[in-house]
Structures are given as C-alpha cells and as structure tokens.
Design a protein around this ligand. Structure first.
Ligand code: 7PJ
Length: 279
C-alpha cells in the first residue's frame, strides 16, 4: 500500500483522495473574492471537510493566465491567518504557493503539504522545505502564469517532456535529502498547454507515472480546457465536466484530485470505488 509522508499525517493512497480548493484571493478565475475574508474562508473550509475533503489547499496568489501579481506580504496576509485558524481542524493542510518566504512561514505554522506550481524552483525553496516533514507536490508548467498560454510548445512529446521535467525536479529534491515518500507529481493541466497538449497528457497518465513512479495529483476542476470541450464559458457551470475528468483521472492512476466541488466529486469517487472492488 502506498503511503505519503505528509507532515503530521501519514496518508494512505490506497483509495483516491479529494483535495478541496480554498482560494483566499480576490481574483481567482472561478471563485475569486468569494472567500477572501478569514471567517468566510473558515466557513468554506468547514463545508469542504463536511463534504469529504481529505486535504484543504489554501492559496493566496491567483495563477490563472493573465493574473495580476501579488506582493509577498499580501500573499502572507491572505493565507497565514487561515492556516493558523485551521491548524486544529484535523484535515491535511496544504499551502498553494510558489514563494520560499511563504513556504517558510507556513511550515512554521505546521502546514502538512507544500503545493508548488513551480516545483520548488524559487530561490532557496529546496533548502527551506528539506528539513521539514511536509509533503511536496511538484507540478509542471511551461513559462509563467502571465504569459504561459500565449504559444505553448513542446519539442518532442508533451508527455515525455513533462515527465523529464518532473524527474529532474524529483532528482533536485532527492539531492537535498527530501525522501521520495514525501513527493507527489502533477502534470499541471492548463499551465502552458494547448487543448491538444492537455488531452494528450490526460490520455497518457499511465505513461507519465511509468516514467516517474510517484503518486499522481491531478487538477482539472473547472479549467478552461473543459470549457473548450463543452463550449461552456462560465467556470462555475463546468461541474459535470469536472467530475468526468476526475473519474477519468482516477481510473488511470491519479491518487489525489484537486477540486472546487468536493461533494459531487466525493460522491462520484464513492461510486467508482464501489464498482472497482468488484472488478
Ligand atoms: C493547480 C494547482 C493544479 C496543482 C492551480 C486552478 C489554477 N496546483 N493550482 N495542480 N492549479 N498541484 O485551480 O485552476 O492543476 S491554480
């Protein structure tokens, strides 16, 4: 059985888990501004946990394409009070950040997972995270959020290129003493990828985990690729698409699914799990 060492927790990955998204940003693409006050954020956290989230992912910087930059202080002011208030809630606490300083402060509070869309590329991030016990999600992206969707391009094959990058970041982690038992990988849907790139990655998830044999986290919830497929411009109207994408992902090996709509996803995964036990 696969176990993830995750700060205060040892997470069993024998069944797929749901990571609930809690954006404390005024400008995230589908729920920006809804939960940016600490008490609103805490109420939403409670709802996500009630609905069956195993992990709460708290983010204070929007990484959607064309997002406005946020200062480090602003990001800290958004996420740290929420992390502190949630310390005793029993769930695995994750911080979605690219910045070493924010990681450091979150680790001091006791966060269990660092979810970094830059795969610990910020200066000092590897050394900062190494001595702690928190898990780390290493995500692939091409370029930076402000420009990454302009002209995504892969020389060879998107799956092999993403796998190469993730393997390099795994090696970088191991070189500073971060054990593999703390690592998750994520292909980074929508981060410097066309619809065709995203679909090829999704179709080839098993190849990705064959190349980089670590537990896979997938984030497709409400993303614009689903809007393109379904011709649905409104992000909050993409629930069916998001649930379908989650089910496809777990069927092809994903262990953690990062979503906005926890209740619907947990229900879908329960059905999947029940059937799987008879397969
Ligand atoms: C992802 C993320 C993702 C991981 C965001 C959004 C944009 N972290 N943070 N994977 N996406 N690990 O939620 O649509 O796909 S922010």
């Amino acid at each position: 059985m696969q176990i993830l060492n995750c700060g205060r927790h040892q997470l069993s990955l024998s069944h797929p888990l749901v990571m609930g998204i809690l954006n404390v940003t005024p400008d995230s693409f589908s729920d920006g501004g809804v939960y940016c006050k600490p008490d609103q954020a805490l109420q939403q956290a409670e709802r996500l946990l009630q609905a069956g989230a195993a992990i709460l992912d708290i983010g204070g910087e929007s990484t959607r394409p064309n997002a406005a930059p946020v200062s480090i202080q602003e990001e800290m002011d958004r996420v740290l009070p929420v992390l502190e208030a949630l310390q005793g809630c029993g769930a695995v606490l994750s911080v979605d950040t690219r910045r070493t300083v924010v990681m450091q402060a979150a680790l001091a509070i006791g966060v269990d997972l660092i979810n970094d869309v830059s795969a610990l590329e910020d200066e000092g991030a590897l050394a900062t995270v190494a001595p702690h016990s928190a898990a780390i999600c290493l995500m692939h992206k091409q370029g930076n959020p402000d420009t990454m969707q302009r002209a995504p391009h892969y020389d060879r094959d998107v799956v092999l290129d993403v796998a190469d990058y993730l393997q390099q970041r795994v090696n970088a982690c191991e070189s500073v003493g971060i054990a593999r038992e703390r690592l998750l990988i994520d292909p980074g849907f929508g981060f410097g990828k066309t619809l065709a790139h995203n679909l090829r990655l999704l179709a080839q998830l098993p190849l990705l985990t064959e190349c980089v044999p670590l537990p896979l986290l997938v984030g497709l919830s409400r993303k614009s690729m689903l809007g393109q497929i379904c011709d649905e411009p409104v992000a909050t109207e993409r629930l069916g698409a998001s649930v379908a994408a989650a089910l496809w992902s777990v069927q092809y090996g994903a262990k953690i699914i990062r979503v906005h709509d926890v209740k619907a996803t947990v229900q879908a995964l329960k059905v999947w799990q029940a059937v799987t036990e008879y397969a």
